[in-house]
Design a protein around this ligand. Structure first.
Ligand SMILES: O=C(O)C1=C[C@@H](OP(=O)(O)O)[C@@H](O)[C@H](O)C1
Ligand SMILES: C=C(OP(=O)(O)O)C(=O)O
Length: 414
C-alpha cells in the first residue's frame, strides 16, 4: 500500500478502536461470571477471536489462538479451570512465544497438560483439572514476572476458582506492571476480592458477579495519532474520542512522552485533543523506560529517529518475543531511512538518525500490526509503501480508513 500526505496541517477527529487488553479480560471475566453486558467491544481481530473461541469451547476440541498473545495465555488458564479437554494452538510465531511459566504454574495448581510440539511452547494438549483440596489456605504459586505479564493476568483471573483462592508471588523484575494492575481492577469490578501487597497478589475464592462494563478506547492505538501530529506540519491538531483521563491502560504514558516532542494533550469530557507546538527543541536528548509500556516502543523509536532527537530507550527486553522480534525489525526498517536503534550497552538502546529521509521506501511489517502503524506516520515526511497492510486488523482494523478520512492519500501497491 502506498501512503503519502498531500501537505498542510493534519486536522480532524480520529476514531479509535476499543482496547483489546481491556476487552479480552472483560470477555474472560464475563464468561467466568456467566453474564453481564460488555459495551464498546471492538472489531479488533484479537477481541473477536477471544469472543469466538469462548463461545466455541464447549463444543470444540481444537482451538486456534492464532497470533493473539492474550487469547493464548488467558484461554490456557480459563480452559484449565473449566476442565476443558483438547488442543490449543496458534500461528507459527505463536509457537515460538514461550508459555512454560504459565503451564508450570497451572500444573502445580492441578492441571494435566502436555506440549504437542516443543517443550515450553504452544500448541498445548489440555487434559483436565483436578484441584488439590483446600486444606491449608490458598493455592500458593510463584511465577517470574520478567517474561510476560500475561501469565500473571491469566492466573489472577482464574484465582477465585482455585481451592482457597490464590496467593501469587511474583519473582524477578516485573515488566508490563500496568497490565497486571488492569487485571486486578477489572477483577474487582466483577466482584472478586483481589489485593496486592507488594509483589504478592492475594485472590479470595468465590464467584464473579455478572457486570456491565464499557471498554475504553485504546491508548496504544492513540499513540500512532500522537506520532502523526509529532511529524506533521506546524498547526496540526487531532481529537480522539473515548479516552479517559483516569485509565486502566499503562499506555496512557504516551501523553507524557509526547509532551517532550511538543505535543500538548487536553483532556475533554470524552476524549483528548492533541496540538503540536513547534517549540520543542530538536537537540534535546531524552531517555524513556518502556518496562511498563512495551507497546509504545516502536511508536517512539520511529518519531525520535524521524525528528532527529536522540532518545535512549530501556526496558525493551520483552520486544523480542512479541508478534516478531521488534528490536530486529525496528533496526532493519529504520536503517532504510537513515535511522537506527543502536544497542549502546546491554539493554540500553538509542534511537538515532543521520540524514533521515522518507522518499519512497518500502516498509516490511513482519506479521506485526505495530510495525505497520508505527511506520505509517512517516508518510508525513514523504511517500512510502507499507507491506502487508492488513496486519493492522489485530488491534485497529479501521486504521487505514481513518488515515484516508484525515486526508492521507492511499493507493494499492501493484
Ligand atoms: O495483558 C495484556 O493485555 C498485554 C500485555 C503486554 O504483554 P507482556 O505482558 O507480554 O509484555 C502487551 O505487550 C500486550 O500487547 C498486551
Ligand atoms: C504484544 C501484543 O499483543 P499480544 O502479546 O497480545 O499478542 C501487542 O498487541 O503489541
Amino acid at each position: 500500500m502506498h501512503l503519502s500526505w498531500p501537505g498542510g496541517p493534519l486536522r480532524g477527529t480520529a476514531q479509535l478502536p476499543a482496547s483489546k487488553s481491556e476487552a479480552n479480560r472483560a470477555l474472560i471475566l464475563q464468561a467466568l461470571a456467566g453474564g453481564g453486558t460488555l459495551s464498546n467491544l471492538s472489531d479488533a481481530h484479537d477481541t473477536q477471536l477471544m469472543r469466538r473461541l469462548l463461545a466455541a469451547a464447549p463444543s470444540t476440541s481444537v482451538l486456534d489462538a492464532e497470533d493473539a498473545g492474550t487469547v493464548m495465555r488467558f484461554l490456557t488458564a480459563y480452559l484449565t479451570v473449566t476442565d476443558w479437554r483438547g488442543q490449543l494452538t496458534g500461528t507459527p510465531r505463536m509457537q515460538e512465544r514461550p508459555i512454560a511459566v504459565l503451564v508450570d504454574a497451572l500444573r502445580q495448581a492441578g492441571a494435566r497438560s502436555s506440549y504437542l510440539n516443543n517443550e515450553g511452547y504452544p500448541p498445548l494438549e489440555l487434559a483436565g483439572f483436578t484441584a488439590a483440596p483446600a486444606t491449608t489456605g490458598p493455592t500458593a504459586l510463584a511465577v517470574r514476572g520478567d517474561i510476560s505479564s500475561q501469565y500473571i493476568s491469566a492466573l489472577l483471573m482464574v484465582g477465585p476458582r482455585l481451592p482457597g483462592g490464590l496467593r501469587l508471588q511474583l519473582t524477578g523484575h516485573v515488566g508490563s506492571r500496568p497490565y497486571i494492575n488492569m487485571t486486578v481492577a477489572l477483577m474487582q469490578l466483577f466482584g472478586a476480592a483481589c489485593a496486592a501487597q507488594g509483589d504478592t497478589l492475594l485472590v479470595q475464592p468465590g464467584a464473579y458477579r455478572p457486570t456491565d462494563y464499557t471498554v475504553e478506547s485504546d491508548w496504544s492505538a492513540a499513540s500512532y495519532w500522537y506520532a502523526m501530529v509529532a511529524l506533521a506540519p506546524a498547526g496540526s491538531e487531532i481529537t480522539m474520542l473515548g479516552l479517559r483521563q483516569t485509565s486502566l491502560q499503562g499506555d496512557q504514558a504516551i501523553v507524557a512522552m509526547m509532551a517532550h516532542f511538543g505535543i500538548e494533550t487536553t483532556f475533554l469530557p470524552d476524549g483528548v485533543h492533541l496540538q503540536q507546538h513547534a517549540a520543542a527543541s530538536e537537540s534535546q536528548a531524552l531517555a524513556f523506560d518502556f518496562t511498563d509500556c512495551p507497546d509504545l516502543a516502536q511508536t517512539v523509536a520511529v518519531v525520535a529517529a524521524a525528528r532527529g532527537i536522540l532518545v535512549e530507550m530501556t526496558g525493551l527486553e520483552s520486544l523480542r518475543i512479541k508478534e516478531t522480534d521488534r528490536i530486529d525489525a525496528l533496526q532493519t526498517e529504520l536503517a532504510k531511512f537513515g535511522g537506527g536503534l543502536r544497542e549502546i550497552a546491554a539493554g540500553r538502546f538509542r534511537a538515532e538518525s543521520n540524514g533521515f529521509a522518507v522518499n519512497g521506501q518500502s516498509v516490511a511489517t513482519y506479521h506485526d500490526h505495530r510495525m505497520a502503524m508505527a511506520f505509517a506516520p512517516l508518510a508525513m515526511r514523504g511517500p512510502l509503501t507499507i507491506e502487508s497492510p492488513t496486519v493492522v486488523k489485530k488491534s485497529y482494523p479501521q486504521f487505514w480508513s481513518e488515515l484516508a478520512k484525515s486526508g492521507f492519500t492511499i493507493t494499492a501497491a501493484d
